[in-house]
Design a protein around this ligand. Structure first.
Ligand SMILES: O=C(O)CCC(=O)C(=O)O
Ligand SMILES: [Fe+2]
Length: 454
């Protein structure tokens, strides 16, 4: 997560708490792990699986220890001074755009100094210009609500794991590790993103089913290089007997790209390319505020995973791009978007989509769009996955129970409630006409013609 994203999440959460919900502000960091297998995608009542990262984390950057030695150093105890607390001073909902935050880089803190700088913009006006010590004390009190000690330890362990890989693994293609858009993407994709309008995006996309977008994205040379890099990494893992984490709870083959140095490049991919598209196509699930990602490759074939069961991703928006190689089968099947409550509900005929992967071509969909992958019947298929998340969306979800903006089943239920309420109102009107104006029930029906539909 970017530090700005983390700060926005903290602010959103506390604001939601302030505006009347009884729930305590959560950590916003560890996702719920629902891990249920399903078998039969066509069967509407089949239970669906929620796929998560293997390490149980979705955010390793938001709370970090700058010196990396795992020693958590709280700021010095307050002198005679009394520091403001969150109960007396509330964070602002929107950051103060023209405030220039202090630097906290020289302090040994138990959260990233950048996080303090970002959060400073959300300070109440009375604290904005107070001493750095006062601000640190106030902000630290808030941040501690977001992370338990065991969570901080887990984050620290994963950082050390990554650090160990990065300092020992020799990349094959260093040019992959820095975003070089003109070398990575096809010109049509670059042009659409630089124009950054719904029209330009739609000009390169097809939408074979509502909410599933397909478009040409990666140059063949980039796909080849990334495939070779993953192979090189796996060879290194094999030779050094390094224990690697698998991409998620369902795929047994593949690798987490963020773990061996591609995190910064993938962050840019999310921020500069996927977020602009998601802002247009998925605003109701936090498309405009995507701020963390989980980037990995999955591998299918006879000696790899064969297929992938019916599931939803631990993401708000998923980018899935086929890298190659040669294969048959492996189609993605989609079955409609559902919230947690309706994840196992029936599929409507118009929600059924089967999509065939083509190397270099991307599919973009909501993480909650139920899907799976059919058996790769020959050859070897490798796909790049970027699960993009919005911490603001997740935090607000805790307080907003209405999913009818994106869950098709919630939408259907809402429409049904509205239909019933209209019908009830009409019935009441009909009886009023009958008894107050002594109109016969038949005349009342004539008076309210559409009542016959109910
Ligand atoms: O194999 C595929 O293309 C789908 C992968 C997928 O859905 C996932 O990893 O979440
Ligand atoms: Fe998926």
């Amino acid at each position: 997560m970017s530090q700005d994203g983390a700060a926005a999440m903290v602010s959103a959460s506390l604001t939601a708490t302030v505006t009347g919900t009884a729930a305590a502000a959560g950590t916003g960091i560890v996702p719920a792990t629902v891990d249920r297998r399903i078998s039969e995608p066509q069967s509407p009542a089949t239970e669906i699986r929620n796929v998560n990262n293997n390490n149980g984390s979705r955010n390793d950057k938001s709370i970090t220890n700058k010196n990396g030695n795992g020693t958590l150093m709280p700021p010095p105890p307050p002198p005679s001074q009394v520091f403001p607390t969150y109960s007396s001073h509330r964070l602002r909902l929107n950051p103060s755009a023209d405030h220039k935050p202090d630097s906290y880089e020289d302090l040994q803190l138990d959260f990233s100094p950048l996080l303090f700088s970002s959060l400073e913009r959300y300070l109440p006006p009375t604290l904005l210009n107070s001493s750095r010590e006062t601000k640190v004390h106030y902000m630290r009190e808030i941040l501690l609500r977001y992370s338990t000690e065991s969570e901080r330890n887990r984050v620290q362990k994963h950082r050390e794991y990554r650090q160990k890989i990065i300092s020992n693994y020799q990349p094959l293609h260093r040019e992959l590790y820095i975003m070089q858009a003109s070398n990575f993407f096809v010109p049509s994709f670059l042009k659409a993103v630089s124009e950054n309008t719904e029209e330009s995006f739609r000009s390169i996309m097809s939408e074979p089913s509502p909410g599933v977008f397909a478009f040409e994205m990666l140059q063949p040379r980039f796909c080849e290089m990334l495939l070779a890099e993953v192979e090189n990494f796996e060879k290194w893992v094999h030779e050094t007997k390094f224990r690697i984490m698998r991409p998620n709870t369902m795929n047994k083959y593949g690798a987490v790209l963020d773990d061996f140095g591609l995190e910064t490049m993938l962050d840019k991919l999310m921020e500069e390319f996927i977020r602009p598209m998601s802002r247009v196509f998925f605003p109701e699930v936090g498309g405009a505020t995507l701020d963390t990602h989980h980037g990995f490759v999955v591998e299918y074939g006879m000696d790899r995973d064969v297929d992938l069961g019916f599931h939803v991703d631990d993401s708000e928006v998923t980018l899935n791009v086929c890298l190659g190689k040669q294969f048959s089968g492996g189609e993605l099947f989609f079955r409609g978007v559902r919230c947690e409550k309706h994840v196992n509900s029936e599929t409507q005929p118009e929600e059924i989509l089967d999509y065939s992967h083509v190397p270099g071509r991307a599919v973009l969909h909501r993480g909650r769009h139920r899907h799976g992958a059919r058996a790769t019947t020959s050859g070897h298929r490798i796909n790049l996955l970027l699960w993009c998340r919005s911490s603001v969306f997740r935090e607000l979800r805790k307080y907003q129970k209405d999913c009818s903006g994106w869950c098709a089943e919630c939408q259907r239920e809402k429409k049904e409630r509205q239909r019933q309420s209209v019908a009830a109102t009409k019935l009441v009107l009909c009886y009023l006409l009958r008894f107050h104006f002594k109109i016969s029930i038949m005349d009342a029906f004539v008076f309210l013609p559409s009542i016959r539909n109910y």
